[in-house]
Design a binder for this molecule. Structure first.
Ligand code: COA
Length: 629
């Protein structure tokens, strides 16, 4: 078997950072784990959701031994000094025990639902489709393709439950996997069709997912790899896929714009690329086709037969050989397997300039436009303190009906449970302050009650401060379930002021040019949610905890808006169903549901991904798109 590669252009002017495993070994992970806390008493709840051993006696953590200092550079040693931020008290009050336990019961139910969704998604299009894909069509399953492409399985999958519970049925993973993984040490976005789901055809939700992946890639300037295996549009729903601005054509528009932004894009044609599916590799800067398996054509053999009566094989109509004969700059790789195609994609950085690098100095992989001179800063070289409290506790802090002080959550997310609170005594229903997650400095904005006038003013001030100092913002969103009512003159006045202050905060959030990540840890309701960087405010990433509720007002709060008992029941039932985190994520209103105990890991990954673009060249420049000849 052979692989042929269609390459027609070399990206110029880009520089590539190659992070070698050698550079990791100079920075062993043990440094992270050996990071020590200054001597302090730790108020630590030893509860685990599994063992349930809550309210154990307090423990004490001691100072680290100094032995590991011997193998560190002075720079690293300087970095390892504990943060100056104070440790916050994350201990539970015994009087809150019943709230914690109620939350925990709810979280365990939500976790079960999460695991059921995961299982459903892992089965793709089901047993028959998998057999057809692997045996009849001799293709590799989509998750195995990712294993061939990525350095490891430690990737951030986006919206894995998108497509579940839609009016037109369950579409596992929306028919395509998207996420961010490392290729040769560099974070890259991938979009991989799952042909076991109706031949990889594009449903409306598939299109939405692809477009979201492209937006994330643009916002975070991530090289993009498409693993294409798609029968094009899912025809019965063509009116929801074809005509509008954010329908199928937008994918190809984005490919051109991304190219102009100097975001490298490559395609691996692992199966059929019919009609709309054909434009993805065509618009990519480079493509490779797996011989005798990959095809690219606008209409397949059945269409040719219907139109002309001619019988033609897929290979003759648009196989690797045909494209190698008619396309420009063909390179045969010698053998053709998906493994080889994957390794081609990994090394397609041959087309990306490798010179001018200092530091690691080697470039044989994707990653154009990324500066090398500060190369090793891209990786986990900043050792971090762990939180003093177990992240498992977050299951009991994920609010169901009642919230606990959000400081308890913050103390389980930040390095060393440290947090430098900003304006602690003003606007106390919003917690703002500085912290670090895995060494990345961040500003935290977290709801701790209603978003009042004072809280909104404080929020605006803090967001602008972070913007001024280039500090990424993390929003922990848990907005109030019902809007403020106007019952008196005084109340009307205070509501007007609050509205104005919230408007200011919305402007500050919308215009802050720093990266923003939102995690909905409870409610996402009404106007408050905009000021807390909801989806419409374009955070780089937005995740939900499984207990999260997303609706204009929360279930049980519709009495003021509808009259009869029947209407109230109807609306509340609707809100109950539609506000669930799984309903939201099925429709791709977020980047996925994450378990509370995984939040620190996910945030840390996002911060690393975001940081990568700091080392890119010419971030602001818009140039002519790459033109495919
Ligand atoms: N719209 C709706 N359903 C489609 C479809 C399309 N464009 N293409 C394939 N399907 C469905 C098939 O009906 C089949 O459904 P089933 O599982 O319920 O029987 C399923 O997808 C798999 O198709 P099948 O042909 O059995 O699988 P395959 O892996 O051998 O081939 C394709 C997949 C995509 C290569 C092949 O189905 C094909 O060429 N389809 C037509 C593509 C096309 O002309 N697209 C134009 C869109 S504008």
């Amino acid at each position: 078997m052979y692989c042929c590669m269609l390459r027609s252009f070399h990206i110029k002017g880009n520089k590539l950072i190659q992070l070698t495993r050698a550079s990791f070994s100079q920075n062993p992970q043990s440094w992270d784990t050996s990071l020590k806390l200054s001597s302090c008493t730790v108020y630590r709840c030893t509860h685990s959701p599994v063992s349930g051993s809550l309210w154990q006696p307090l423990t004490h953590r001691t100072q680290q031994p100094a032995a590991s200092h011997r193998c560190m550079s002075s720079t690293a040693r300087r970095r390892r000094l504990p943060s100056a931020f104070p440790v916050i008290d994350g201990a539970f009050q015994p009087s809150h025990r019943h709230v914690y336990e109620a939350n925990l019961r709810n979280s365990l139910i939500c976790q079960q639902k999460y695991l059921e969704h995961k299982e459903k998604v892992m089965k793709g299009g089901g047993e028959n489709a998998i057999a057809r894909h692997t045996q009849r069509n001799r293709k590799v399953l989509v998750r195995d393709r990712l294993r061939l492409l990525l350095d490891d399985e430690d990737y951030l999958e986006l919206s894995p439950f998108a497509g579940l519970g839609l009016p037109y049925g369950d579409i596992p993973a929306a028919g395509c996997l998207t996420g961010i993984g490392k290729i040769n040490g560099l974070w890259c976005m991938f979009c991989a069709n799952d042909a076991t789901v109706k031949g990889g055809t594009a449903y409306p939700i598939t299109v939405k997912k692809q477009l979201r992946a492209q937006v994330v890639a643009m916002q975070n300037r991530l090289p993009f790899v498409y693993l294409v295996d798609s029968g094009g549009a899912f025809l019965p729903l063509q009116s929801e896929i074809f005509p509008d601005k954010n329908h199928g054509g937008r994918t190809f528009y984005n490919e051109a714009v991304m190219s102009a932004m100097k975001i490298p894009q490559v395609s691996v044609v692992c199966g059929s690329c019919t009609a709309g599916g054909a434009y993805v590799p065509t618009m990519s800067e480079e493509s490779v086709i797996v011989h005798r398996i990959g095809t690219i054509f606008l209409g397949g053999p059945p269409l040719v037969k219907a139109a002309t009566g001619e019988e033609v094989s897929p290979e003759d109509l648009g196989g690797a050989r045909l494209h190698s004969e008619y396309a420009v700059s063909i390179v045969f790789l010698g053998k053709s397997t998906e493994a080889l195609a994957g390794s081609w994609a990994r090394s397609s950085g041959g087309a990306i300039r490798a010179d001018g690098l200092s530091g690691s100095g080697r470039t044989n992989g994707l990653g154009g436009g990324v500066r090398a001179d500060q190369g090793n800063m891209l990786e986990e070289d900043t050792p971090a303190e762990r939180p003093l409290y177990s992240t498992d506790d977050l299951m009991g802090l994920a609010c169901h009906n009642h919230s606990m002080d959000v400081r308890l959550i913050v103390s389980r997310l930040t390095d060393g449970s440290r947090f430098q609170e900003f304006k602690a005594r003003y606007g106390t229903t919003l917690l703002t302050g500085f912290a670090r997650i895995e060494g990345h400095q961040i500003g935290i904005v977290a709801n701790n009650g209603e978003l009042t006038y004072e809280a909104s003013l404080k929020g605006s001030h803090f967001v602008q401060l972070c913007d001024q100092r280039d500090i990424p913002l993390i929003f922990l969103q848990n907005t109030a379930p019902e809007p403020a009512h106007t019952l008196s003159q005084t109340k009307a006045e205070s509501n007007t002021n609050r509205l104005k202050a919230q408007g200011s905060m919305m402007s500050a959030v919308a215009c802050a040019s720093v990266p923003k990540i939102t995690v909905v840890i409870g409610g996402c309701h009404g106007g408050d949610s905009y000021a807390m960087c909801g989806r419409a405010f374009d955070p780089n990433f937005l995740f939900l905890w499984p207990n999260a509720r997303v609706s204009i007002l929360a279930p049980g709060h519709s009495e003021a808006f509808v009259q009869t008992e029947e209407e109230i029941t109807q609306i509340n039932e609707m809100l109950e169903e539609e506000s669930s985190a799984f309903f939201s994520t099925g429709r791709l209103w977020d980047d996925g549901v994450i378990l509370p105990q995984d939040t620190r890991k996910v945030l840390s990954k996002c911060l690393k991904i975001i940081k990568q673009q700091e080392y890119q060249l010419s971030r602001e420049k818009m140039r002519t798109p790459f033109l495919r000849m």
